[in-house]
Design a protein around this ligand. Structure first.
Ligand code: HAM
Length: 504
């Protein structure tokens, strides 16, 4: 659903091609004209005959007994059976009533449209996966937050906390039949038993874009470009948001310089990622328990405080892979035109064990919210699942923090329901005729809200306003006999009679 800053503009725009082309506007016959032209007068009238049996006849005892007459009679409640349930969704999860669903669809459509602009294909995976897919030894927080259980067949399963392991599984499963590079995107629900803070929930949707099969940072540059495009589309600028970028190879070079075994790398990264959350002494304690010497720990902490590539070069003393990658990325950012969105920050390490190279995080410049999105290169994830390694990188972008940010900036779009027509019969006997009119319009691709019950015209006008209908189509008996219906363009007040075949 597109962003609609001013819904009336859209209505006016649509109203043009809603008018019948070949039909010469004629005055409506007296009945329809008088009904349509005054919703106040019309409010005293009912579109369906009030002598209809449904309106006037009392409920038969049969109906009362069977409880089949809808809301009028409900079966007696038996206190011993009735169970009071909590009407709120489980903590940390959400319902999506229509207004929230409109926002979600708007957001997801932007995710999808941007992904398609960049030539990515959509994929999806099951929400329920085998637990083993998410178990890594590095002590990640995500492991502690796993919703996992045994199914009825005694298999250990988990609700996915992220999409990347499923993507890796699918790539391995498809094997050599996949034409590299893959450019895949997905929007899927993820579950993490997380401490609830602003923008962090126990269930969230994540937009992912991943490139599989490209070893060069051109891939990371393309991914960051797509996120920038997304931000710009929804009104977010470089003064609202930035990306902190680093490379895990910086840490790797330090660790290798001190001959720290490679298998400790993931664990060290996961510990360091907690630096903003827990006291530095606790970080040091954890690093010591990962068998790092005081000297390495001090060196690591110093490197992590570096905020420019020049300083990093000074610190590392050599231009290794980390610097080459980072310099190339910053130079590509210039060419793409988003250099003002990104900054080097060695403290960005990220909490997932599988990243191996460039890592990045989107943050709000006011510093009020948690990371908006995050990603990086994970060249060795596939081999941890027994597959052949293929270079890969990608990002995850949640649906919660971005909404908080849009609220902060006053950028939430105004989204209202949109139905092109509301169709209503004036008589109980014409309900079938109204349904036929609705069918014709729907076949022509027009959306129709068909009034299904006896309702006063005032109600119909109110409903039309609530759903932003652009046209009211009234089916009255005199006109119907001539194969015609009454039309009122609700935005302009223009009204006319038109042959049903000529309705467009
Ligand atoms: P992540 O940093 O764990 O990375 O999550 C990515 C994004 O998902 C976060 O920046 C945030 O927007 C959103 N997110 C995560 N947890 C929550 C939560 N509890 N509530 C609301 N939003 C949340 C990953 O998941 C990686 N798999 C991303 C990736 C894809 N890396 C490569 N490809």
């Amino acid at each position: 659903m597109p962003a609609i800053a001013n819904p009336s503009l859209l209505i006016l725009h649509h109203h043009h091609h809603l008018r019948p082309r070949r039909f010469a506007t004629a005055l409506l016959p007296q009945t329809l004209l008088s009904l349509l032209s005054s919703s106040i007068r019309a409010s005293t009238l009912r579109p369906h005959s009030t002598s209809s049996s449904a309106q006037t006849q009392p409920l038969s005892t049969d109906n009362a007994r069977t409880g089949r007459s809808g809301s009028i009679s409900s079966p007696p409640v038996q206190p011993d059976i009735a169970q009071k349930i909590d009407i709120n969704p489980p903590k940390g999860t959400r319902d999506f009533p229509p207004e929230d669903m409109r926002l979600r669809n708007w957001l997801f459509n932007n995710f999808k449209e941007v992904s398609q602009l960049y030539g990515f294909e959509e994929v999806d995976f099951p929400v329920l996966e085998s637990e083993a897919l998410f178990i890594r030894k590095a002590g990640e927080e995500i492991r502690e937050q796993l919703y996992c259980f045994e199914d009825r067949g005694n298999r250990r399963v988990a609700l996915r906390p992220e999409l990347t392991p499923s993507l890796a599984r699918l790539v391995i499963q498809k094997g050599k039949s996949l034409p590299l590079p893959l450019k895949w995107f997905a929007v899927g629900q993820c579950w993490r038993y997380e401490r609830m803070t602003r923008g962090r929930r126990r269930e969230h949707y994540q937009w992912n874009m991943d490139i599989i099969g490209v070893p060069d940072v051109t891939a990371e540059a393309e991914l960051i470009s797509s996120i920038v495009t997304f931000f710009k589309r929804i009104g977010i600028t470089a003064s609202d948001v930035g990306f902190k970028v680093s490379s895990r190879k910086v840490l790797q070079e330090v660790l290798r310089g001190y001959s720290v075994p490679d298998h400790l790398f993931g664990r060290v990264c996961v510990i360091i990622d907690k630096m903003e959350k827990i006291p530095i002494d606790d970080i040091k304690k954890e690093l010591r328990s990962a068998e790092l010497s005081e000297e390495v720990i001090e060196e690591l902490l110093q490197v992590l405080s570096v905020k420019s590539l020049e300083k990093l070069e000074e610190k590392l003393g050599t231009v290794g892979e980390a610097l080459v990658d980072l310099k190339q990325l910053f130079s590509l950012a210039e060419k793409y035109g988003y250099a003002d969105w990104i900054q080097f920050d060695a403290s960005v390490v990220r909490g997932l064990a599988y990243y191996t190279g460039i890592v990045f995080e989107g943050f709000d410049r006011e510093g009020k919210l948690r990371a908006i999105c995050g990603g990086g290169r994970y060249d060795h994830l596939l081999s941890t699942f027994g597959g052949d390694d293929i270079p890969a990188c990608g990002f995850g972008f949640g649906d919660a923090v971005i909404v908080e940010l849009l609220k902060e900036k006053g950028l939430l779009p105004e989204l209202s329901p949109q139905v092109e027509n509301i169709v209503c019969s004036l008589d109980q006997d014409l309900r079938g005729a109204a349904a036929a009119v609705a069918r014709i319009l729907r076949q022509r691709g027009q959306s129709v809200d068909l009034v299904l019950e006896n309702k006063p015209l005032k109600w119909v006008f109110k409903r039309a306003a609530r759903i932003n209908a652009q046209r009211l189509i009234l089916v009255g008996s005199a006109e119907w006999q001539k194969g015609m219906v009454g039309v009122k363009i609700l935005t302009s007040g223009e009204q006319y009679e038109v042959k049903v075949d000529e309705l467009e």
